[in-house]
Design a protein around this ligand. Structure first.
Ligand code: AMP
Ligand code: MG
Length: 339
């Protein structure tokens, strides 16, 4: 079954085509980084306007890349939430239009569930493990720890009580004067340092939740204490060295908390494996630490399938159809859709 998936929940206009939920055929992602980086964060109004400009071409490009035409597409899937209302509306309405004009059934997909299914794409090993699987979804808008007991059977165990992990990286980068999105920028400069400041790690003992605001405040205090004088005194080499060291300390604390909590809770819950996904899963240190320290098998999609994409939505659509847990409807966006 060939499925075309559309994703516009935030600032990527993305369209993917996947066969049988597992074989990637095409993956078009139109980013809006240049537009939002000027503001250091995503401006919802600009995001939805840009989706409107991009969506038609992204769908066309996806078909051209796949060398397929509409008669080959069996099913459509679209992210209907959670996400920015104005962004979701563009993808959902476009998908409704395609479905009604072409007569192809359409399924609404939870964006976070989509992130989980990125691990089923071009990855035969995933079929070797059985449920339950622990899923850590770390993105710009979410940090959710979800126990997957089966297809369409999710238990939300923990989530962030304040910033999402990606949001914390973005804000940390802004304090350090680095670019947007902040995660890759922090990773880049942290790689130049192997020194660390003493930095807090919020384990939130006794709960499965996360909290990143303390680490963010620690970074701000450290930047105020260590950087301001260097800048005023034009000690620019020292300034760069210190920025790199602060970034390295922050990244290591974030990674340690995310990896250790996920592994401990997975063992407690007798999980058979761990899935890591979402934009922050593109972080090399997080990928390596989780894989190296977990006694359970760890599945992490390639970086291009960790950040928002349409292929993961197409894959998730397949499994919803296969498990007969979806029917095609005229969809409406659900910005606060939950598990
Ligand atoms: P998403 O919301 O899934 O599109 O992911 C976007 C978020 O992932 C942003 O907050 C980015 O800063 C973050 N991100 C992307 N790449 C990295 C990275 N290499 N390290 C840490 N965070 C990252
Ligand atoms: Mg996402």
């Amino acid at each position: 079954m060939i499925i075309l998936g559309i994703e516009t929940s935030c600032d990527e206009t993305a369209v993917g085509i996947v066969a049988d939920g597992t074989t990637l055929i095409s993956n078009v992602i139109e980013k809006q980084t240049d537009i939002h980086s000027e503001y250091g964060g995503i401006i919802p109004e600009l995001a939805s306007r840009q989706h409107m400009k991009n969506i038609s071409n992204a769908v066309k490009k996806s078909l051209i890349n796949s060398k397929l035409d509409w008669s080959d597409i069996d099913m459509l899937g679209v992210t209907d939430g959670p996400g920015l209302a104005g962004s979701l509306i563009v993808g959902v309405n476009f998908a409704n239009g395609l479905s009604s004009s072409l007569g192809i059934p359409l399924v609404g997909v939870n964006h976070l569930e989509g992130h989980v299914f990125a691990s089923w794409i071009d990855n035969e090993n995933i079929n070797e493990i059985s449920f339950p699987i622990m899923c850590l979804i770390v993105s710009g808008g979410h940090t959710d720890l979800v126990k997957m007991n089966g297809y369409n059977d999710y238990e939300l165990l923990g989530r962030t009580r304040d910033d999402a992990a990606g949001e914390a990286f973005d804000k940390a980068a802004r304090v350090l004067g680095l670019g947007f999105p902040g995660g890759p920028e922090i990773e880049k400069v942290a790689a130049k340092s192997n020194e660390e400041f003493l930095f807090p790690k919020a384990y939130m003992k006794g709960t499965d939740d996360f909290s990143f605001s303390g680490m963010k405040t620690a970074l701000k205090n450290l930047a105020d204490k260590e950087l301001n004088n260097l800048y005023e005194d034009f000690k620019l080499d020292n300034f760069e060295f210190t920025v790199n060291k602060i970034a390295n300390s922050f990244q290591n604390s974030m990674v340690e908390v995310l990896a250790k909590k996920t592994i401990d809770i997975s063992i407690r819950e007798k999980c058979k494996g761990i899935i890591l996904s979402g934009g922050v899963a593109a972080n090399t240190i997080l990928r390596d630490v989780l894989k190296d320290s977990s006694p359970l098998p760890v599945f992490i999609p390639p970086k291009i399938l960790c950040t928002d994409n349409g292929a993961m939505i197409a894959s998730c659509t397949f499994f919803k159809i296969r498990e007969k847990i979806s029917k095609s409807l005229f969809l409406e966006p659900i910005p606060n859709k939950s598990w």
